[in-house]
Design a protein around this ligand. Structure first.
Ligand code: CA
Length: 292
């Protein structure tokens, strides 16, 4: 049974993204890529704290040793939640000036995966990197355009991945012992007219919840059959990421973006850039933290 989508924060974020729930602190981390900010939302206190990062920040994950890890414009960075200090700890050697990091998450063994993209959204300029606990960087996929949602199957044997430009969800065989991925195949084809697949999370039944950029919706897809299972309409066009949160992991938080929406187009979606929530009748699973 699908609940009603509610506004959590009228953040008017240019590019809200990267939602992830921290189950011990019971807060939602999310970023505003173009606003250069990390947000920490506490639903019990109903307070959102923001930290300026000083450069674009594509995603955020918790770190086991404390604080946060970020994928900022030019590399992987650590962030101190007390002081807000951000320090780049690993930079790919081959990262061009005209590129920035975008979405990413940690795998079940705590390696941090994040993709890069050309700032001009040019085709094939993106790379998926993996940051291991020892801060070594590994180049995992090339020729990406807008690397986005990434999750691991509940049995830790598969990785699901989205490059928005492809309009598909891919699945790879994943080796949790080594972090290797092989055997890429398409498991979901997003039809025309419902936007492009962006951020993604997984529920306790192994189904994929995908934010549809330009589609006014989050959809639940079955990676085993490619079938559409549910649709949640969102009162903003550019839906960018989603994550289950709340103490029972039964609240789906949804980020949206305001960038590029002006004039008459904005009138029909004045909450664009807001953070939303819904109880969709499914539960999430704990997200993974960076092991380093
Ligand atoms: Ca995204």
């Amino acid at each position: 049974m699908l609940g009603t989508v509610e506004l959590v924060l009228d953040a008017k974020a240019p590019l809200g993204e990267g939602a992830i729930w921290e189950p011990d602190k019971k807060v939602l981390y999310w970023v505003d890529i173009d606003g250069f900010k990390v947000h920490v939302y506490d639903p019990v206190a109903n307070k959102d704290r923001e930290y300026g990062v000083g450069k674009s920040v594509g995603t955020v994950v918790p770190r086991k040793s404390g604080g946060l890890m970020l994928a900022v414009k030019d590399g992987f960075a650590e962030m101190d939640l007390d002081t807000g200090a951000v320090k780049v700890v690993a930079r790919p050697d081959d990262h061009p000036d005209g590129a920035r990091f975008n979405d990413g998450k940690c795998d079940p063994s705590g390696r941090f995966w994040a993709g890069t993209m050309g700032m001009d959204h040019g085709g094939g300029k993106g790379v998926l990197y993996r940051l291991d606990a020892d801060l070594s960087i590994h180049r995992m996929l090339d020729n990406l355009t807008i690397p986005n949602g990434i999750v691991w199957s509940l049995d830790k044997k598969a990785m699901h991945y989205i490059d928005t430009r492809a309009g598909e969800v891919w699945t790879f065989d994943y080796d949790d012992a080594t972090g290797a991925i092989t055997n890429k195949r398409t498991v979901v084809k997003i039809p025309k007219g419902v936007g492009g697949p962006d951020g993604m999370t997984i529920d306790s039944e192994g189904m994929l919840w995908v934010a549809h950029w330009g589609g006014w919706r989050v959809c639940r897809w079955d990676p085993n059959t490619g079938n559409l299972l549910d649709t949640i309409k969102v009162p903003a066009e550019q839906v960018s990421s989603c994550a289950f949160g709340g103490k029972d992991l039964d609240v789906l938080y949804i980020t949206t973006a305001r960038t590029g929406i002006t004039g008459a187009r904005l009138e029909s979606q004045q909450l664009a850039g807001g953070l939303f929530k819904v109880k969709p009748g499914a539960k999430g699973v704990r997200a993974f933290s960076f092991a380093g």
